[in-house]
Ligand binder design. Sequence first.
Ligand SMILES: Nc1ncnc2c1ncn2[C@@H]1O[C@H](COP(=O)(O)OP(=O)(O)OP(=O)(O)O)[C@@H](O)[C@H]1O
Length: 513
Amino acid sequence: MANDDKFKKVIAHAKEYGYVFQSSEIYDGLSAVYDYAQNGTLLKNNIREYWWKAMVQMHDNIVGIDSAIFMHPTTWKASGHVDAFNDPLIDNKDSKKRYRADVLVEDYCAKIEAKINKEINKAAKRFGDAFNEAEFVSTNPRVLGYKEKIETILKRLGKSLENEDLADVKALIEELEIADPLSGSKNWTDVKQFNLMFGTKLGASAEHATDLYLRPETAQGIFVNFLNVQKTGRMKIPFGIAQTGKAFRNEIVARQFIFRMREFEQMEMQYFIKPGTQKEWFDYWKKTRLSWHQSLGLGEKNYRFHDHEKLAHYADAASDIEFNFPFGFKELEGIHSRTDFDLKQHEEYSGKKMQYFDPEDNTSYTPYVLETSIGLDRMFLAVFSNSLQEEALDNGTTRTVLRLPAVLAPTKAAVLPLVKKDGLPEIAKQIVESLKWDFNVAYDEKDAVGRRYRRQDAVGTPFCITVDHDTLEDNTVTIRHRDSMEQKRVSIEDLKDLIKAEVNMKHWLKRMN
Ligand SMILES: Nc1ncnc2c1ncn2[C@@H]1O[C@H](COP(=O)(O)OP(=O)(O)OP(=O)(O)O)[C@@H](O)[C@H]1O
């Protein structure tokens, strides 16, 4: 299936099966804002819990907090967000559409990249088994020319952005003759910086109101509480503070469904360390976070690191874990070595000491910070899009199955009476009653059992339990596995342990190596 089609299917499936709705849909929606529906909320909660258990419960030196969305406005001056949390935007005068200037240039380069891929595919077909891609790419003059062009463009873009030379970004767009993707017009305004923070006001009367921001990241709530947690928790360096919560960004280009939203949720952890040890911890957290992702079994090949060359003002190293989304490899999680930038800034702006007294060598210092930051919604999209599969069956039909990792599935089992009579619904309901203390379970009696199986496959329920007339005789039921479609006859009293063995978080987290 072409990637575009696959992505459309993902979005349609998310709506049809109660995972994600467009916000305020009856009013034609609000752009880049989404609501999680009945199944989506459960999947999201399970992902959050999977992260929390791995990060907080499994580490005796990491604790969790829940700081407020509103923070004192000086926080955002100290963090650099007021001055530097900008994207370069450009308007097209004819279509009146607004774009991120850097994204226009990057999309232009992506088109050249597509030409390279076309050359590679053509050559691969021509040479068959004898084709050596690495050799072809490093010797073919056309490919080398394309590569050089991309490199020159991106280098110039990076430099202009770094030097805040927005006139040059516009000049680049004009020189490359980049047109508005919608209207084809090349009639552009100048490039301007646009701050991504949402402003609001605190206070009842206009003249006494204070300007506030909706937080654009959860990290600052951790930094300002660093000493509160360290002292009250008697934490010794190295230690971490984790939190999950909403963040808000007025994204200029908000597209790709829940990949880039204006209101989203982050799961962040700041690890406070001794200066000089940042390289070691950077490597440790890169490895640990990748193994968390891989424990879910979405396919090792679907992840890769992207180490940053161009670093944010606060970082001395940064790497993204990228995931193979339906629209290609994109950032899923960031791992940042943030130095002592944030704590030092808060110390300067608040006038309060943000230092740690190290009892081991009797010295005080400002700790360095290693951050892991992942978007919960992006993680949701990674899991959901990877799990949605169309499978050809032996009988010539296809089935749509959402192969969610069982540990994350919203509903772990559906209990189905074969028919709506002869006392079968009553037994099925009793099974629901007994299992619901341990798992989220559903009851379904509508339609033929085959259709009910298909429905649960599409929702992603790992087990279906069918009660039939034999159940009346011997207290056994059929348990059907979503992925293999295998069916087994088991005793009702064994159900709980059977399901537990597959959905238990411990069993999944232990796969981290
Ligand atoms: N607008 C958004 N919608 C959904 N998730 C987001 C958004 N912006 C950031 N995230 C998530 O938060 C994580 C950490 O935020 P960070 O500030 O490092 O992102 P970023 O580098 O600005 O992301 P991007 O380059 O995609 O804009 C990202 O890896 C991503 O998973």
